[in-house]
Design a protein around this ligand. Sequence first.
Ligand SMILES: Nc1nc2c(ncn2[C@@H]2O[C@H](COP(=O)(O)OP(=O)(O)O)[C@@H](O)[C@H]2O)c(=O)[nH]1
Ligand SMILES: [Mg+2]
Length: 272
Amino acid sequence: MTEATIAMSVPAPPPAADPHGVAVVVPAFQEGATIAAVVERIRRVLPGAPLLVVDDGSTDGTAAAAAAAGAEVLALPANQGKGAALRHGMRAALARGAAYVATLDGDGQHRPEDLPRLVTLARPDRIVIGSRRGAPGQPAARRRANRVADFWVSWAAGHAVADSQSGFRIYPMAALAALDDYEGRARRFSFESEILIDAARAGITTVAADIPALYAGTLRRPSHFRPVADIAGIVMMVAGKLLARGMDPAGLRRSLAGRRRLGQEGRDDPPT
Ligand SMILES: Nc1nc2c(ncn2[C@@H]2O[C@H](COP(=O)(O)OP(=O)(O)O)[C@@H](O)[C@H]2O)c(=O)[nH]1
Ligand SMILES: [Mg+2]
């Protein structure tokens, strides 16, 4: 085989994301203390990108602060949960012509300055996840809860997901094709786990980009995430999906092999 035929038989990689096709969605519930700075920093690194803050019934001036800083604010009349808020924002972003939707939290735990690096990793067939795995600084209880979620989500997704609970992501349009299927459920944090599994089953995988775990000094209010109740909700959701697939032993094998390959310290994860 000549060099030319070899080159022709290798499929060209899909094109990387065009930063102009990216819209940013920030879910925000009671983030009046931090949202303006987050919005300003996003505008600085992605000037001109549609920037939507989904205010979910906050009572602390979140919406006004976000609007004053230059975001478009989608205000939901009553609190519906992070998953529901993300879906509102994603739909609006797609309606504005976005090919990719970046999501990051409104409390300053994700650095907008990392966005351009994540954008360079985005492709039509994968979700970029800002991964805190391996980074110091996560409180032990959250770290343990995240490991449990990573194990189960990776199993059901059939590949190693580095940090399944990170809300810092870039979704390609194809991963958001079935948003309406989640209506009436997955309103809180489990949406972000479920969409990874559903995307994997549609052939959309994940790629991790290291980000720091920012906790000390960045949290001005308690987390809305309830480690026991929210992780239990996620495990139940995943268990339902696995049961529907006869527990998907092949998915388990692939996810464990992927974690070993990536050197992601899979051994301290619970086997059951
Ligand atoms: N819109 C909306 N956003 C929420 C809700 N709960 C949490 N968030 C947002 O989701 C992000 C993550 O929530 P947070 O409480 O910081 O969870 P943690 O970082 O996992 O401890 C933050 O930007 C919150 O403002 C909610 O009910 N509605
Ligand atoms: Mg937070």
